[in-house]
Design a binder for this molecule. Structure first.
Ligand SMILES: [Zn+2]
Length: 203
């Protein structure tokens, strides 16, 4: 996702409109996820609860895990949505790259959900639901930036900034939290990195 935010969003944006609108967009994207991360109660597997104090007891744990997943999916949907408007090919590459990386990530989220729920159907449904939420963001982003194509470079920056923030702050500590899988996670990251570079340079 770090690579995707540069190759599909930030660099094409800068190429087409210069540094300023993209730079402003990145700052807005970081701010957006920062605010959502502070205000929306959610729970990380390793770092635990985040969000407003006192909300932890009011919501069921399942919801807290789902909200964490939504925070993660929001920037991805936006990324695919804006890059499709910029260039259909770039958009599809972004969708593929995110899809590849979502597979292990999705398992990380739905396994503990399954354990908590003690039923397997609920978490699977929720996984599907979060996929649907992501698709909604794709469509919303695509429609919005088609209608207001003048501010697309801001949108590319915004999606890129949001992806970077969510990866660095939410995902990396989380996937490295399980000590026994660290080598695998690192290898997985570089596999994704090469797939992204390859897809990007061959199109
Ligand atoms: Zn968080």
């Amino acid at each position: 996702m770090i690579v995707a935010s540069f190759t599909s969003l930030i660099l094409p944006g800068i190429e087409s409109a210069g540094f300023l609108p993209v730079g402003v967009g990145i700052a807005l994207g970081v701010l957006l996820i920062y605010v959502v991360d502070r205000l929306l109660p959610h729970e990380h597997l390793v770092r635990g609860y985040e969000g407003p104090k006192g909300m932890k007891e009011r919501l069921r744990k399942v919801w807290l895990l789902i909200f964490a997943m939504i925070i993660h999916n929001l920037p991805e949907g936006l990324a695919v949505g804006t890059s499709i408007v910029y260039d259909l090919k770039v958009g599809l590459v972004t969708a593929i790259a995110i899809g590849i990386q979502d597979f292990p990530e999705g398992t990380v989220v739905s396994l503990p959900l399954a354990v908590i729920q003690k039923r397997s159907l609920g978490p699977i449904l929720l996984g599907v639901l979060s996929g649907v939420a992501e698709m909604v963001m794709v469509v919303l982003g695509a429609v919005f930036f088609t209608a207001f194509s003048g501010i697309l470079p801001y949108g590319l920056g915004l999606a890129g900034g949001a992806m970077l923030y969510v990866t660095i702050k939410e995902m990396i500590p989380e996937i490295y939290g399980e000590e026994k899988n660290q080598t695998l996670v690192t290898l997985g990251f570089f596999a994704g990195f090469y797939v992204m570079l390859l897809l990007d340079s061959s199109l």
